[in-house]
Write a protein that binds this ligand. Structure first.
Ligand code: B1M
Length: 209
């Protein structure tokens, strides 16, 4: 019998085989996929964050935990695939300039894709010009930006200002997310929406298109 705490612990300890075993056991036992992600895998990364901040864990260990978490997500992924209903709309997604965090962004991508959106993931550390280029090229209904650092959230403001100057703002709805983001911040920079997690990001996109 595996528990969500076992999954979280495997992420913290960077145990690839264990995480796969525990996640598979929970799937077989009928646990909800989002419960495994939110209360097992992400919970583990939250503990990693605490150790990282305290200086008890270092970058290589954090990256190992990130890989272990991604492997767990891969196992759960087929269970939340709802993509028979295709083409709900096009979303350009990226992590803003100066920010290299992509685990949350990738989860958001997976959930959006599974829900029938076409997601153009432009990657990490993306300056405003790249978001603007992607709007011109892919003509999305939604521009989605992720940031995990309190120092990089302002790049979202810069990006919105830049696409406005370039005459692209009216072509897209802008949504933002990431651990330091709040609804108040989203409103203050003129974003159309904020979502605290990947599942809410999908709901928000459905509302906006
Ligand atoms: Co970084 N890091 N990190 N890090 N890192 C944090 C964010 C931090 C809180 C850790 C800590 O101190 N406790 C801290 C930020 C503090 C702050 O800004 N106030 C921090 C720091 C300081 C740093 C460095 C500066 C460390 C250093 O070098 N001294 C450095 C910065 C590098 C850079 O970006 N320029 C750095 C580096 C790294 C690693 C490379 C080692 C690694 C990233 C690996 C990778 O992403 N490929 C890393 C990691 C893994 C973390 C923690 C531990 C985990 C982040 C994560 O993946 N969580 C993190 C601590 C923490 O968050 N507890 C930390 C799991 C993920 C699923 O959650 O990304 O929040 P999250 O995504 C959620 C929601 O936020 C939301 O949905 C997701 C799923 O529900 N969401 C969206 C995210 N994007 C969204 C977009 C949306 C909607 C919802 O719409 C568009």
């Amino acid at each position: 019998m595996s528990t969500l705490a076992d999954v979280a612990q495997s992420v913290v300890k960077g145990q690839m085989d264990k995480v796969k075993e525990h996640v598979q056991n929970l799937i077989d036992a009928g646990n909800a996929p989002l419960d495994i992600i939110n209360n097992g895998l992400i919970e583990g990364m939250n503990v990693v964050g605490v150790h990282f901040k305290a200086g008890d864990m270092f970058v290589p260990e954090v990256l190992k935990s990130a890989k272990v978490m991604a492997a767990g997500v891969e196992l759960v992924k087929p269970l939340i695939d709802d993509s028979e209903e295709q083409s709900k709309g096009v979303i350009v997604l990226g992590t803003v300039k100066g920010d290299l965090h992509d685990i949350g962004k990738n989860l958001v991508n997976m959930m959006m894709t599974s829900s029938g959106f076409k997601v153009i993931d432009i990657g990490i550390d993306m300056p405003p010009e790249k978001f603007a280029d992607a709007i011109r090229e892919h003509k999305p209904q939604i521009l989605a930006m992720s940031a995990l650092l309190t120092s990089t959230v302002y790049a979202m403001d810069d990006t919105i200002k830049y696409i406005t100057t370039e005459g692209l703002r009216d072509r897209v709805k802008v949504i933002i997310g990431g651990a330091p983001i709040t609804q108040e911040f989203a409103e203050s920079i003129g974003a159309d929406g904020f979502a605290p997690d990947a599942a809410s990001a999908v709901d928000l996109c459905k509302e906006l298109v």
